[in-house]
Design a protein. Structure first.
Length: 585
């Protein structure tokens, strides 16, 4: 597929306000994509790599701006691009406003003076760009991007720039892609027609909708297990629903973590009568994979490969496990006496790529596994929690300290006593789980509830900042925080909720500045806008109604706790949660 065709179809989808029409347009695009289907299924979401693959392009806004400026001509600088960005609001519109390689002039004379890009070529170039590392890699990336932009017309440039920064913004989220894959390759065309036919009788339409929902569910199950929209789209096209039903977990390919929502013991017992009770560790979520050859891989909650940062966990699993497995758990930091250390200590180890040996001596970590998703060829997602925990115990051994304790109780007093013991031991609280529930990747439902102490925090996205004054003039000193607004399209928005400047040391300010400076999108005096990517955990005394911020809320006495390196902007706390917390005060 020509990249120009992809851009034209993406523009058509972006302009369509109706959700069902977007699904229809996207399903048509998938049918027409032919060999490029897996790539197109990722591109429409602003992805180059599958969701399970933690590889990134590692391109910040500034590098993208420099590439656009270079392609636009010798009289354009990156600062000019940023000025235009401040005026036009998004990078796609900025890229489309330039005449890269004189293409507009050539077009005016009916000349095709350029060699058109294909979807496959863009994918190949961006993958090569992602692989560039070491000395000179930034210039290599700049040259690659320049070469791509220099061969685009305005429409292509619009979507190339967005793709480079993973900001496609065409109203297509994961649910839209799921539905479009189902409609393109699994739903019977007669059912699709009946659903759209205003004159179809209600019984016919209802039956068609039921079959369509079954097809969507088949795609959703395959996506839960594989985390690869491109692969699932291709499988649906080539093998239909039967092929989707055969998708299995693959050791070495992470799946989304099942998540918990806040709740009480009363909530749990009202819902299930008996609850499975576990310790809630103050650690970082980790998914453990051990393949048939004994190779161990570790993945974060965001499916990022953190194997190299945690060698002692790798060594433990390699020694303790003798079969292919996928385990879910946490890594916790421990002191020399075996007592748990605060969450901030584990973040000194998690995702670290340098000085791992030195940090291993300073911060000791251990695995606490609480679930088993796969063991020795058996997928266990649909098994009840109690059975999965039994399998976990069999994998690691009855006496292993790495197995999180689990007991069943229908007694609120017994649960309260266990919670008190967990808190006294330095842990974060307890988890309450439905003992009969399956493991649902990516789901934050009522089958897992987390109980924590009364001190509440929010995980908020940094969307702006201000440069400091005096001795802090070289550091960002006040940070604008935003809550995520969930959108059906998947293009989450962010609404401001406050600023935080308290609780941050000078050393932390320097580290935060290094972390956030590459994400600056535009500056105006001391104020900067920051691409939503970094998440702060922020404590507060109260949530108040306020017209000052776009969310309608403000935090009373906000205080910086830590950077949530295990979270992304897409998994930060939502405005819905803020509203629930405000209502419950």
């Amino acid at each position: 597929m020509e990249f120009a065709e992809f851009a034209a179809r993406a523009a058509e989808i972006e302009a369509e306000p109706a959700d069902l029409a977007v699904v229809s347009l996207l399903s048509d695009l998938f049918r027409d994509a032919r060999d490029d289907l897996p790539t197109v299924a990722r591109f429409v979401q602003g992805r180059v790599f599958p969701a399970w693959d933690s590889t990134t392009l590692d391109i910040g806004p500034r590098l993208c701006h420099e590439a656009i400026a270079r392609a636009a001509g010798p009289n354009v600088s990156a600062d000019d691009v940023e000025d235009r960005l401040a005026d036009r609001g998004e990078i796609g519109a900025v890229a489309a406003s330039y005449d890269f390689g004189g293409q507009r002039g050539l077009a005016a004379f009916g000349s095709g003076g350029r060699d058109g890009l294909t979807v496959a070529e863009v994918d190949s170039e961006l993958r090569a760009l992602a692989a560039a590392s070491g000395s000179g890699s930034e210039e290599t990336k700049l040259k690659t991007l320049y070469g791509l932009f220099n061969r685009t017309d305005p429409d292509e440039a619009r979507f190339l720039a967005r793709l480079v920064l993973s900001e496609m913004r065409i109203g297509v989220g994961e649910g839209t892609v799921r539905d479009a894959v189902a409609e393109a390759f699994v739903v019977d065309p007669s059912d699709a027609a009946a659903i759209r036919d205003d004159e179809a009788d209600s019984e016919t339409e209802a039956a068609a909708r039921d079959r369509r929902n079954e097809a969507i569910a088949a795609v959703a199950r395959a996506l839960q297990v594989s985390n690869d929209y491109g692969m699932v789209a291709e499988l649906a096209r080539d093998e239909g629903e039967a092929g989707l039903d055969e998708v299995r977990l693959e050791v070495g390919r992470p799946v989304q973590a099942m998540l918990a929502q806040a709740g009480t013991a009363a909530d749990a017992l009202d819902e299930w009568e008996t609850a499975a009770v576990e310790t809630k560790f103050d650690g970082a979520r980790v998914q453990v994979h051990r393949d048939a050859d004994g190779e161990v891989s570790l993945f974060s909650r965001n499916m990022e490969d953190v194997t190299g940062a945690l060698p002692e966990v790798v060594e433990f699993v390699a020694d303790a496990v003798d079969e292919p497995v996928i385990l879910d758990g946490e890594v916790v930091a421990m002191d020399d006496g075996g007592e748990p250390l605060p969450f901030q200590e584990i973040l000194r180890r998690f995702r670290r790529k340098h000085d791992v040996g030195r940090m291993r001596e300073e911060v000791r970590v251990e695995l606490r596994a609480f679930d088993c998703l796969h063991a020795d060829g058996d997928d266990l997602l649909t098994d009840p929690l109690s059975a999965r925990h039994d399998r976990l115990t069999a994998v690691l051994g009855d006496e292993s300290a790495a197995v999180s304790d689990l007991f069943l109780s229908d007694d609120p007093d017994e649960i309260a006593a266990y919670e008190a013991d967990a808190l006294d031991a330095g842990h974060e609280g307890i988890m309450l789980k439905n003992p009969d529930a399956p493991y649902s990747p990516g789901d934050r439902g009522k089958n897992w509830l987390k109980r924590k102490p009364d001190v509440e925090t929010l995980d908020l996205v940094v969307t702006g900042a201000e440069w400091g004054e005096g001795r802090r003039a070289e550091s960002l000193g006040t940070f604008l925080l935003s809550a995520r607004v969930e959108a059906d399209s998947g293009d989450d928005a962010f609404e401001t909720i406050g600023k935080v400047a308290t609780g941050i040391t000078d050393e932390e300010l320097a580290e935060l500045t290094d972390l956030l400076e590459p994400e600056i999108e535009r500056e105006a005096g001391k104020e900067v806008d920051i691409r939503p990517s970094v998440v702060f955990e922020v404590g507060y005394e109260e949530i108040q109604a306020s017209p000052t911020y776009s969310s309608g809320y403000a935090l009373r006495f906000p205080r910086f706790v830590t950077v949530r390196e295990d979270k992304t902007a897409e998994t930060a706390d939502s405005l819905d949660r803020v509203e629930r917390l405000a209502d419950s005060q």
